[in-house]
Design a protein around this ligand. Structure first.
Ligand SMILES: C[S@@+](CC[C@H](N)C(=O)[O-])C[C@H]1O[C@@H](n2cnc3c(N)ncnc32)[C@H](O)[C@@H]1O
Length: 471
């Protein structure tokens, strides 16, 4: 293979999109090159910045020939924002590429060579689909190249509220627009930008761990019209009522907000989790309806972020479970109990396992709310609990819906020993899915169906529901 060199500029035809969203081309000598921001069908020139034995990485210098699949990005922040990076690829091509990525991951990392997968089911909405946004406050606002010419002249440059520029967790992109949530989410965020930029308390500094305002989470119950705002700060307020004042102003400006909570998060990690929570307005949760059931969602609980998309996902999972009314179902990684509760009316009994205590409480409340009597929820680490064997009774069906990192290595080996006839694996990461399936299939299971579902248009993410049956 030819020795590509760092800083070399090469010309390349882009053939596909890799998982993660980079364009993939091949040099005449057969070397794979991943090019940031390049699209399938484009001819590009690219600057090599990393060379490994089997592949190289490059930055896009120029598009020499356009792709027939290109689209006009809708957002002014496209290209800078780390939120979505595929707006310039039309939606049909996004679905085609994501389907290929799933097959490729299963082939390369799982060893499933001739596996047929179903065509990707599209998201019912391709903009305005996100029911939850987590905006970050920051003291280091990202400046445009024009602003960089004279940074001192930029008002409020030590205050930002929005998302992060791609690859720059330290900086904050002060958002003017985002098309992934409903417009009201943006209006609430812009109001907070206005109010807090004039506030005496400072935004959080992720390097020095100083400052007060950390995150603003805005959640929508799409089917109920309820809205939740969670204000996350780094410390207890100093008694001057800044947080209450902000909550009062928001409630007055947006009557659709049904609840406002305040969370204190001292953790240094740059994610919106918290140790202490209080309710400032309303009941402290919102409700959402999916698949004919109502679900309570509290600020810390996981809930799928695309309401219409998750209905497709759950419908597929329920179908794959093949329930006849008598089965015992384990819903492992059950969150607020959505899948378990949607399966309950078709099963004998459902058992949900979840690590986050408030989510388990929500799941239990959700069962009551929907008059479901054959569901129980257990709090704890799935690997530790299931290592003990089928202690909740022998499962007929196991649903797995782990976080992006996939299954703990021990759980991969424990799951096949529980003896379920069917395993329904819901995954948000085809690479960890492939590795997990490989090991489960080495222990008497085979893949029957793979259904990718696009829950996150314009982003590189893809969700997948896989049915495994016992041989
Ligand atoms: C992708 S979410 C799925 C939730 C649910 N199935 C749904 O669709 O809303 C993964 C869930 O697994 C939980 N979780 C993560 N690690 C866990 C573990 N080791 N044991 C039990 N639950 C865990 C998370 O808190 C989260 O609620």
């Amino acid at each position: 293979m030819s020795a590509l060199k760092k800083k070399e500029v090469i010309e390349l035809e882009i053939g596909s999109l890799a998982f993660g969203g980079r364009g993939v081309g091949r040099t005449d000598e057969g070397m794979t090159v991943f090019v940031d921001d390049a699209l399938p069908g484009q001819q590009v020139s690219a600057l090599i910045h990393k060379v490994k034995k089997r592949y190289a990485e490059a930055r896009l210098v120029e598009v020499l020939r356009n792709s027939p699949d290109e689209d006009e990005p809708r957002c002014v922040h496209f290209g800078i924002c780390g939120g979505c990076r595929l707006q310039h690829l039309n939606y049909e091509a996004q679905l085609r590429e994501k389907g290929d990525q799933v097959r490729e991951a299963l082939r390369r990392l799982g060893g499933f060579r001739d596996l047929e997968t179903e065509p990707v089911r599209p998201s019912p909405r391709i903009y305005g689909y996100r029911n939850k946004m987590e905006y970050s406050f920051g003291h280091a606002r990202w400046l445009t190249p024009a602003e960089m010419q004279d940074p001192e002249s930029v008002p409020d440059r030590d205050f930002g509220l929005g998302l992060h520029p791609r690859g720059q967790w330290y900086r904050t992109l002060h958002l003017a627009e985002c098309h992934l949530p409903a417009p009201l989410s943006m209006e609430i965020m812009r109001e907070v930008q206005e109010i807090v930029s004039r506030n005496r308390m400072k935004p959080y500094n992720t390097r020095g761990h100083t400052g007060f305002w950390r995150f603003l989470t805005v959640r929508e119950g799409v089917r109920t019209g309820q809205w939740l705002v969670d204000i996350i700060t780094s410390a207890e307020p100093d008694g001057s009522g800044e947080v209450e004042t902000l909550a009062g102003q928001l409630k007055a400006a947006f009557p659709d907000i049904t609840t406002i909570t305040h969370t204190i998060s001292r953790a240094k990690a740059n994610i919106a989790t918290g140790e202490k929570e209080r309710v400032l307005v309303g009941p402290g949760y919102i409700e959402e309806q999916v698949g004919g059931l109502t679900f309570r969602i509290s600020p810390r609980a996981f809930f799928q972020t695309n309401t219409g998309g998750c209905e497709l996902l759950y419908e597929t999972a329920v179908g794959f479970a093949g329930l006849t009314g008598s089965e015992r179902v384990y819903d492992v990684f059950c969150g607020t109990g959505t899948i378990a509760l949607l399966m309950a009316s078709r099963a004998g009994e459902v058992v949900g396992i979840e690590r986050v205590a408030p989510a388990v409480i929500d799941a239990t409340v959700n069962a009551k709310l929907n008059g479901i009597g054959n569901a129980r929820f257990v709090e704890g680490d799935a690997t530790a609990l299931l290592r003990e064997g089928p202690v909740y009774g022998d499962p007929d069906v196991i649903v797995l819906d782990p976080p992006r990192a996939g299954l703990h290595p021990d759980l991969r080996t424990v799951i096949p020993t529980l003896g379920a006839d069917r395993i329904v694996y819901v995954s948000c990461n085809p690479t960890t899915l492939a590795a997990d399936l490989k090991e489960i299939c080495e222990n008497n299971y085979r893949i029957e169906l793979v259904q990718p579902i696009d829950m996150f248009p314009h982003t590189p993410h893809i969700e997948c529901v896989t049915l495994l049956v016992r041989d």
